[in-house]
Ligand binder design. Structure first.
Ligand code: B12
Ligand code: SF4
Ligand code: SF4
Length: 333
């Protein structure tokens, strides 16, 4: 059968990815990430993972896909756009320069608590997992010997390293995967499988002399190019650190959940195009004014319908409300 020819398998899977709305798909050989081992160890030893203890687990599995999926030969990497249409309309219809730290957010969410764009719609874990499962079914029906597992932010997989290896883009100084002509507002996902498929070529780095993300980070969390100290990162504090903010909390920014600053300022994100995913249509709260947010602080139950199927549930209601209150009280120097 024609699809058993390696080149055709690649074309077939790439076409499936396109059909399911992925903006890109790339292939890497499922070998151990030997060159990443010392820097991962260093990152953990410095405590840059903060209280995310799960990052300390499965050290070898994190580096070696064959320990995660028996018989793994190829890591198929996917990128799925989440850049919201609202924001892009604002950019295109005005004189905003998204290389400046606060511009996108200023227009869309002026004086209101900010929420990272990745969380404006339904939880991506569910949306993308569903697509990966559908694709695996379709692959198996054409290639019966296919065996694999799907991942999206759900297991010890170094997703940006695999995406870089598979030619999807390069790891920028903000540590995120950037793609030429696209930017970084996309999720990463993988299928690790037993098919032997010709790997794609790794792309070159296109950050050049730019340091916009490092300069704009309000908490100096990008301690050196590509290295994030989570303890300082607003995204970590507002999503992952269950003990933050300690009462009485001190406002550090207007971000109530996540942080997009090191992406908003990146010149490559000028190329961002609105996503086409119906389930990523933003919740109403994205357009709430300060009064509506203040009402939520008084009556937290009001926000519950907005959190249905949302990734924001990860923070927990109590933490989220505390962060909304802090963000409302934030006064820049
Ligand atoms: C833990 C985690 C976080 C943590 C830590 C961030 C980080 N950069 O690691 C926190 C909570 C802070 C976080 C925040 C965000 N995250 Co996050 N996160 C993850 C997760 C689950 C694991 C990442 C990981 O393995 N980190 C561990 C460290 C060791 O990895 P590393 O950064 O690659 O570390 C390398 C460097 O430090 C370097 N290094 C170390 N020392 C040295 C020295 C030198 C000289 C050099 C050159 C390099 C170097 O080597 C290390 C190993 O390769 C991934 C999903 C996944 N499974 O991959 C999502 C993921 C990276 N996150 C994602 C997103 C969207 C975000 C946010 C944008 C969300 C938001 N808007 O708030 C922010 C962005 C913050 C930022 N600038 O990174 C997306 C990124 C998509 C993309 N286009 O890249 C991912 C891939 C999830 C997904 N499936 O889409 N995240
Ligand atoms: S997400 Fe925000 S706080 Fe974290 S590194 Fe980027 S700009 Fe800094
Ligand atoms: S802002 Fe500049 S340095 Fe940072 S990731 Fe984008 S291009 Fe690279």
């Amino acid at each position: 059968m024609a699809v058993q020819d390696p080149t055709n398998q690649k074309e077939f899977i790439s076409a499936l990815a396109e059909k399911h709305g992925f903006l890109a798909c790339g292939f890497a050989r499922a070998e151990k990430l030997t060159e990443t081992e010392p820097s991962l160890l260093d990152w953990l030893n410095k405590g840059y993972h903060g209280k995310m203890e799960y990052m300390e687990n499965h050290f070898q599995k994190r580096l070696d896909p064959s320990l995660l999926v028996e018989g793994a030969k190829t890591v198929i990497c996917f990128a799925y756009n989440y850049f919201p249409a609202q924001t892009s309309t604002q950019i295109k219809s005005s004189t905003i320069d998204i290389r400046k730290p606060s511009d996108i957010s200023t227009v869309v969410e002026s004086k209101t608590p900010k929420i990272a764009k990745y969380a404006w719609g339904d939880d991506y874990h569910h949306v993308i997992k569903e697509k990966l499962f559908d694709m695996m079914g379709e692959i198996q029906s054409i290639i019966p010997s296919f065996e694999g597992r799907a991942f999206v932010d759900s297991a010890p997989v170094m997703e940006r390293q695999w995406a870089e290896k598979s030619g999807l883009g390069w790891i920028g100084k903000n540590s995120l995967l950037l793609r030429k002509g696209v930017g970084s507002f996309f999720f990463l996902a993988e299928i690790i499988c037993n098919l032997e498929i010709e790997p794609d070529r790794q792309q070159t780095d296109h950050c050049g002399e730019c340091t916009a993300c490092i300069d704009a980070c309000p908490t100096q969390a990008i301690v050196q190019p590509q290295v994030i100290d989570s303890n300082r990162c607003i995204s970590y504090l507002t999503i992952e650190d269950k003990t933050w903010p300690e009462a009485p909390g001190e406002a550090i920014s207007e971000w109530a959940y996540g942080c997009d600053i090191c992406q908003d300022v990146c010149p490559w994100n000028r190329f961002s195009q609105p996503n086409q995913e119906p389930r990523f249509v933003p919740r109403d709260m994205i357009t709430w004014d300060a009064e509506q947010w203040k009402n939520v602080v008084c009556e937290p139950a009001q926000i519950k319908p907005q959190l249905k199927k949302s990734a924001m549930q990860r923070a927990g209601l109590k933490k989220l409300i505390a962060q909304i209150e802090l963000a409302l009280n934030y006064r820049p120097d």
